[in-house]
Write a protein that binds this ligand. Structure first.
Ligand code: NAD
Length: 314
């Protein structure tokens, strides 16, 4: 085994394969190219591929060709069905010293289907899903939650430090732990959104100015990163189309499945999922992940709009 081929700290020019060049993967792969890495890319969408070719990547003729050529393969795909299909195709072809890093929001089960084959062939893998939205992907400041062996993480760490905030590349446990942590983060974030939308629409309907209410919540024990950093785009009418409702509902479904698998009741999560699915049915699969706020706005017959949160008068 030639482990130097995939030791990013030893060899400055291994070939990186990147599959899934959408809202997230497009930026992540562009940042790797900008940092001087050699990339072979593949996506079902030729336009997405061409954007990366224009930045200096090579286009792979097929998943098989990419798998056979690369030292490290990164996947950033919609969810478990796509991850499973792609890795089943790649597994028999990956180089014996290669590392497969799945950064999709997926489940341990989808990756586990190839574990035996990868082990036989001397291929390592990590799950490394991310948080930080498309803007974090664009700025190279994602949070990355890594499951797998520390020695494998050390080999590809320089790639994570390009795509993410080096301070927030967290090794969260063995294989599968990254997927689990990411699903729990999203479940809590979506729950924050639904709860916050209710509170704001009731408060504004009861006569409090939106900016005053927002500033008051931020100054209170109920403050959150969601209130401070993510919600304000809604005040300008932006429900974040860079993360589609079809993916948000996929994540909520996976989170609830996980609760079922481990035998823990999740009545609140199930209710949040139903609210999200109602919003998806009403506004469509490509609507932004914050569109459930719009449901609360419709119930209250108002819009949460304001250019900038107002200051509370002293
Ligand atoms: P996206 O739909 O924009 O991109 C997915 C890409 O994968 C598309 O370009 C699609 O053509 C490609 N693809 C699908 N199946 C394929 C296949 N079989 N072979 C090759 N290419 C294929 O999705 P995204 O928003 O970039 O999200 C990607 C992953 O990251 C998802 O798991 C999502 O849950 C997660 N995520 C997204 C965000 C966000 O804000 N968008 C944030 C954190 C995590």
């Amino acid at each position: 085994m030639n482990s130097e081929m995939t030791d990013m700290t030893q060899n400055p020019a291994p070939l990186i394969g990147f599959i899934g060049l959408g809202h997230m993967g497009g930026h992540m792969s562009a940042n790797l190219i900008a940092a001087g890495h050699r990339l072979l890319v593949h996506d079902l969408n030729a336009v997405a591929e061409q954007r990366l070719v224009d930045l200096g990547a090579e286009r792979a003729d097929s998943i098989a060709a990419l798998a056979a050529a690369c030292d490290v393969v990164i996947t950033m795909l919609p969810g478990p069905p796509q991850v499973e299909a792609v890795i089943r195709e790649m597994a028999p072809l990956l180089r014996p010293d290669a590392v497969w890093v799945d950064m999709s929001t997926s489940t341990p089960a989808a990756a586990r289907v190839v574990d035996e084959l990868l082990a036989e062939r001397g291929v390592s893998r990590l799950d490394a899903p991310v948080s930080g939205m498309a803007k974090g992907a664009a700025s190279g400041m994602l949070q990355i939650f890594v499951g797998g062996e520390a020695t494998v993480l050390a080999r590809v760490r320089p790639l994570f430090d390009v795509m993410g905030d080096p301070e927030r590349v967290l090794h969260v446990g063995g294989l599968g732990a990254g997927y689990t942590v990411k699903l729990m983060i999203n479940q809590l974030w979506f729950s924050h959104l639904v709860a916050t939308a209710e509170v704001l629409t009731v408060g504004v309907k009861a006569g409090v100015d939106l900016g005053v209410l927002h500033t008051s919540l931020l100054a209170s024990p109920a403050a959150s990163s969601f209130l401070a950093n993510d919600l304000p785009s809604v005040f300008g009418g932006d429900y974040d189309e860079s993360f589609a409702m079809k993916l948000a509902c996929k994540d909520l479904g996976l989170s609830i499945d996980l609760g079922r698998d481990v035998g823990v009741p999740t009545p609140l999560s199930a209710h949040v999922e139903q609210i999200y699915r109602t919003a998806l049915a009403k506004f469509g699969p490509d609507a932004g992940e914050m569109i459930p706020v719009r449901l609360a706005e419709e119930y209250a017959a108002l819009e949460l709009r304001q250019a900038k949160a107002a200051e509370v008068a002293a």
